[in-house]
Design a protein around this ligand. Structure first.
Ligand code: PMM
Length: 283
């Protein structure tokens, strides 16, 4: 029996929830390891909560294309102190992990949500754990580990293919005992997807929503946004120069009725969502 008390999936009124990212990794593409030490990660988590993040997503494994995986021990060492400190503040914390052992210890340390970019495919123990605990679970569209995922970016029709694969995954997750009201689906921008695939999915978020579950969008600082305004063949803009484009994707996500947006720069998305909400209030 689990001693973990599950919370219901949190919602924001009239806008998506803002999931702020804390990557406790030395090599994340998006923030370059700036929160690698626990004290820096905790301080960063507190800062983004003060800026308006509704929940904080803590991860200890970089999923950038080509990344090598840390050991289980190393992943636990990275995330547990950060989760414990933020949860003790009363912050809603999700743990970004593909490993059931890490998810369990994170939940015991105070995390409330499991964010699994593999949607349960990377670890056969993940679905039974989430079913047992009854916590909210984010399942992302995933075709394989980061070491070789870009070779799997082959689709007939990316929107139809991603939705079909997510629906198949959803069926497995629900059959495994995950509660329908606790399941969030994510199209997995940048994971086995090229720029055109990402844009198509953003343009058709209603198709992902039609699967009948809350949707999370993780566009923040991804390379396809760094290609905006850049000539073909030139290097993409650095991650920190992608926040205005990220905020624009948060607006599109809000207009498409998604449940949440996963972002690194919280103030720009909070402002962008306030613009959407203020406009909606005058329609
Ligand atoms: N992207 C990253 C990591 N975790 N989780 C979900 N649910 N969706 C995503 O798109 C997602 C994720 C990779 O980005 P990062 O290295 O900046 O955290």
């Amino acid at each position: 029996m689990s001693t973990i008390v599950p919370i219901p999936l949190p919602y924001a009124v009239g806008r998506p929830v803002v999931m702020g990212v804390v990557n406790v990794t030395p090599d994340s593409f998006s923030d370059g390891g700036e929160s690698f030490e626990p004290y820096a990660a905790i301080a960063h988590g507190r800062e983004i909560v003060a800026q308006g993040a509704d929940l904080v997503d803590v991860g200890g494994e970089s999923t950038r294309p080509g990344a090598e995986r840390p050991s289980v021990e190393e992943e636990l060492r990275r995330v547990l102190p950060v989760i414990a400190a933020l949860a003790a503040d009363g912050t809603v914390v999700s743990v970004d992990t593909m490993r059931a052992v890490v998810a369990r210890q994170a939940l015991e340390a105070g995390a409330s949500i499991v964010n699994d970019v593999s949607g349960g495919l990377a670890d056969p123990d993940m679905v039974p754990l989430v079913a047992e605990v009854g916590c909210p679970y984010v399942a992302m569209h995933w075709r394989g580990h980061s070491t070789d995922m870009q070779s799997r970016a082959v689709y007939d029709d990316v929107v139809a293919d991603v939705c079909r694969e997510l629906a198949e995954r959803r069926d497995v997750l629900l059959a495994g005992g995950i509660r329908p009201g606790s399941l969030v689906l994510d199209p997995g921008l940048g994971f086995a997807k090229g720029p055109a695939h990402n844009w198509s999915l953003i343009a058709h978020l209603e198709a992902v929503r039609a699967l009948g579950h809350p949707v999370l969008l993780g566009a923040s600082r991804k390379t396809f946004l760094g290609r905006i305004g850049v000539l073909d063949g030139a290097p993409p803009r650095p991650p920190a120069d992608r926040d205005a484009a990220t905020a624009a994707t948060s607006v599109l996500a809000a207009l498409a009725g998604v449940w949440g947006v996963r972002v690194h720069d919280v103030p720009s998305t909070v402002d962008a969502l306030a613009v959407v909400a203020s406009t909606a209030a005058h329609q």
